[in-house]
Design a protein around this ligand. Structure first.
Ligand code: KIV
Ligand code: ZN
Length: 511
């Protein structure tokens, strides 16, 4: 007998707690719409009391996204719950997710509460949430480091107060699969009323065990798995949605479960989350990494050409990943270019197609074949630009015996500003020239360059993190020229500063 397992996506809440990530309400709405196409069961959008931005994001998703249950997080107190309910008002199907810590360490040092007080606060919170919705989830934060007998009392109390889902978080990623499965079995056997509620698990990846723990819990009786796209999240992240969903699909024979997820939307969702969060997907990431379906060795290529099942346990199409490699070249026309963009899911405005086409032609002139991955990088680079400051041109002169010097020309609302600067290194000179042109100085906190396609003529991706007036801004730029990728990434961060979109939270939440 195969069981239907619920997929609770927390990319927009726990995923957004990844260091350096900040999503605007508009970006959260865009991702939520894609999560609805992915057909997850629940979307946890945010923590409304934490910031006006999170409140606005939850309200917007509640108003506009249909299909999945829309969920908001609240600590176990009246103000948090009322704010979550207010943000969720317009949702067709809404869930309030309230939590309080249950481990000795957390109760003693963080909450400074006695166990009896925690029980009372949890019951009050659940009962209050039930006044707003019949769908209430309760989480015992740090459950895996809590006394199992106390956990039983806590879950029994919240079930009696009206919780319809009880969540067992491995908040600090401490559990091992056997131990976590044992905890789920223990709770199933010892919590009165547990058979009438959904048992959920929520695993963090501090020891790289989040997916393994979630699957072990599933085999031990969990009904819902909480996870994030690309596995992003607090510290080392959460269990990865795509890995959970595809493991359940590919190994249905042992896991005896299925999900309602439209797996052919996985790749698109992963790319969108990567673009909007700025957290790069490593090339070797299971299912969605650039190399997930690439075969390098001659023996493997020969096997795959004879029969794909020799070295592939699933097809790229199963997750919606592009299977084709070379699709376009410098002789391709607008029509083929537009068709390919559509096939990749990009519906650009006519003027954007023109800009993309011109850049594609430039790229095709310099590079033999253009892969889907190149095209995506090109369009993403453009979409992210939509700037207040636009790069007109830049020039850098450098050498081992001269002081590097950079000139930049930037445009803002039709006004062209040119500036030059010297520095010890070419990147420093370039960024200094940008600072002068935009009339503001930023402190560069982090800077990295990666090759995102293969070969000597690979596309380069630059990621920057800058600071100004205590706030942090991130940017990503893509180009075949690493200095151009750098200046584009830096300008994106500058534009985020101009747009007032810093990359940090105002209130701390659970893990
Ligand atoms: O990791 C955790 O404990 C959490 C809870 C808020 C569910 O994210
Ligand atoms: Zn968490």
């Amino acid at each position: 007998m195969s069981k239907r397992v619920l997929i609770f996506d927390t990319t927009l809440r726990d995923g957004e707690q990844s260091p350096g990530v900040r999503l605007s309400p508009q970006e959260k709405l865009q991702i939520a719409q894609q999560l609805s196409r992915l057909r997850v069961d629940v979307i946890e959008v945010g923590f409304p009391v934490a910031s006006p931005g999170d409140f606005e994001a939850v309200s917007a998703v509640a108003r506009e996204v249909r299909g999945p249950v829309i969920c908001a997080l609240a600590r176990a107190n009246a103000a948090d719950i009322d704010r979550a309910a207010e943000a969720l008002q317009a949702a067709e199907r809404k869930r309030i997710h309230t939590f309080i810590a249950s481990s000795e360490i957390h109760m003693k040092y963080k909450l400074r509460m006695q166990p009896e007080e925690v029980l009372a606060a949890a019951a009050r919170a659940v009962a209050r949430a039930r006044q707003y919705t019949h769908d209430v989830e309760f989480s015992a934060e740090d459950a895996t480091r809590s006394c199992p007998e106390f956990l039983c009392r806590l879950y029994r109390t919240v079930i009696e107060a009206g919780a319809t889902t009880i969540n067992v978080p491995d908040t600090v990623g401490y559990a091992t699969p056997g131990e976590f499965a044992q905890l789920i079995r223990f709770l199933r056997e010892n919590v009165p009323g547990i058979e009438d509620v959904v048992v959920s698990v929520h695993c963090h990846d501090d020891l790289g065990l989040a997916v393994a723990n979630s699957l072990a819990a599933l085999e031990a009786g969990a009904d819902q798995i909480e996870c994030t796209v690309n596995g992003i999240g607090e510290r080392a992240g959460n269990a990865s949605l795509e890995e959970i969903v595809m493991a359940i699909r590919v190994r249905q024979d042992v896991l005896k479960a299925w999900t309602g997820v439209a797996t052919d939307q996985i790749y698109r969702t992963s790319r969108l989350v990567e673009t909007l969060t700025g957290v790069p997907v490593p090339p070797n990431k299971a299912l969605v990494g650039a190399n997930a379906f690439a075969h390098e060795s001659g023996i493997h290529q020969d096997g795959v050409l004879k029969h794909s099942t020799t070295y592939e346990i699933m097809r790229p199409e199963d997750v919606g990943a592009p299977g084709q490699r070379l699709v376009l070249g410098k002789h391709s026309g607008r029509h083929a270019f537009r068709e390919r963009l559509l096939a990749l899911g990009y519906r650009l405005r006519e003027e954007d197609v023109e800009v993309a086409f011109a850049r594609f032609k430039e790229m095709a002139d310099r590079k033999g074949g253009i892969s889907d991955r190149d095209l995506e990088a090109l369009v993403e680079g453009m979409v992210q630009e939509r700037p207040l400051w636009i790069l007109d041109y830049f020039q850098v002169s450098t050498g081992n015996r001269t002081l590097p010097m950079a000139t930049v020309s930037l445009i803002k609302e039709g006004r062209v500003v040119q500036e030059a600067a010297c520095a010890q290194g070419p990147v420093e000179a370039l960024l200094r020239a940008v600072d002068r042109a935009v009339g503001a100085e930023f402190r560069l906190l982090e800077f990295s360059l990666n090759a995102i396609t293969g070969g000597k003529d690979a596309l380069g991706e630059a990621l920057v993190k800058v600071e100004r007036d205590g706030a942090i801004y991130t940017g990503r730029g893509v180009s075949r020229d690493v200095l151009e990728a750098t200046v584009r990434a830096y300008l994106q961060a500058v534009n985020r500063w101009l747009a007032g979109v810093p990359a940090h939270h105002q209130v701390q939440t659970g893990g």
